[in-house]
Design a protein around this ligand. Structure first.
Ligand code: CO
Ligand code: CO
Ligand code: CO
Length: 322
């Protein structure tokens, strides 16, 4: 892509951030993002809810307040009853409503495979934008949802996912990152991103790379959706996890110090859908951030590691105290 020259583009292509940010004036910036994908659960209503929560998440990760959205729909209208599309869209609007987001339009095309997602527009004060490029050595790393949705989605495709595990994953994926984002803004974070397709370590790598720092992750502290581990032992890691792992190994940025087997490594790069926020907060504010997130009803608040000074921008995965 050619470089962006407009100086009002505060966040563009260079830092692999979650959303683009355009300054209107010193008090106001527009935050713009898009996400859509193919169904990962069988129920069209749940698929719609997951896709909408996932699309909104990129705005929340930047500390922005999303306000309007456009639906993006691909649908095989000749081969599938339209009631399925209606259910997908009903799911999307049932997530947008409590988020305070109005769906104001959209676009659909005929597509052999259903797809759904949203273009999301939000606002933020330019000074309060939280990017993935400002983590500082000494920061504490917090994660606000357990991981494992990629493994569970693969198990669903292979018809071996226990219903209660699917239910837990759907519950996580349909939980908005709104209250986590608002709590984060009240306390003040240095850096944030949401954990999605590149997995926990992939998104941490984007943060450490963009911030010019290293990271240490305590693998024992990383929360995992209950029931995901037995599925990973049945080789349910999706292709994306293997690609993420290969990418990080080729970059040479991850140091495995914890004697993890291949399956546990794959879990740390398991592609997430509508994952939690990965927050880098200063040590002084960390305890207050944790209690504020709890008070906001955030499902999981895990202290998973630290940011460290490292010009090579490595991520060290260890076990125990970090
Ligand atoms: Co994101
Ligand atoms: Co995205
Ligand atoms: Co149109």
């Amino acid at each position: 892509m050619p470089p962006v020259l407009d100086e009002n583009v505060l966040v563009g292509l260079t830092t692999s951030d979650d959303a683009a940010v355009y300054r209107i004036n010193d008090e106001l910036a527009v935050v713009l993002t898009v996400d859509y994908f193919t169904p990962l659960v069988d129920d069209p209503y749940d698929f719609g809810r997951i896709a909408a929560a996932n699309a909104l998440s990129d705005a929340y990760a930047m500390g922005a307040n999303p306000v309007i959205a456009l639906n993006l729909v691909g649908f095989p209208s000749r081969d599938m009853p339209l009631t399925i599309m209606k259910e997908i869209l009903r799911g999307g609007s049932d997530i947008a409503a409590p988020a305070g987001v109005s769906i104001v339009g959209g676009h659909s095309i005929d597509d052999p495979e259903p797809k759904y997602g949203m273009v999301v527009l939000g606002f933020a004060r330019p000074a309060e934008i939280i990017t993935n490029a400002a983590a500082k050595p000494g920061d504490v790393l917090l994660l606000t949802k357990p991981i494992g949705t990629g493994v569970i989605a693969t198990a669903i495709k292979n018809d071996i996912a226990p219903p209660e595990v699917v239910e837990r994953a759907v519950e996580m994926m349909t939980t908005l990152n709104k209250s986590a984002s608002e709590a984060m803004k009240r306390v003040g974070a240095n850096s944030c991103t949401d954990v999605t397709g590149f997995g926990l370590l992939g998104h941490l790598h984007e943060m450490t790379w963009a911030s010019g720092v290293g990271g240490v992750v305590d693998c024992a502290a990383v929360p995992i959706i209950e029931g995901a581990l037995p599925l990973i032992e049945q080789d349910m890691s999706p292709g994306g996890a293997y690609r993420n792992l290969e990418f990080l190994e080729n970059c040479g940025v991850v140091e495995w110090n914890a004697g993890l087997n291949e399956q546990r490594k794959l879990l740390l790069v398991d592609p997430q859908t509508s994952g939690g926020l990965l927050i880098a907060v200063s040590e002084e504010r960390a305890d207050r951030m944790i209690s504020e997130l709890h008070r906001a009803g955030v499902p999981v608040v895990a202290r998973i590691g630290r940011i460290v000074a490292d010009t090579d921008r490595r991520i060290v995965v260890s076990e125990g105290q970090v």
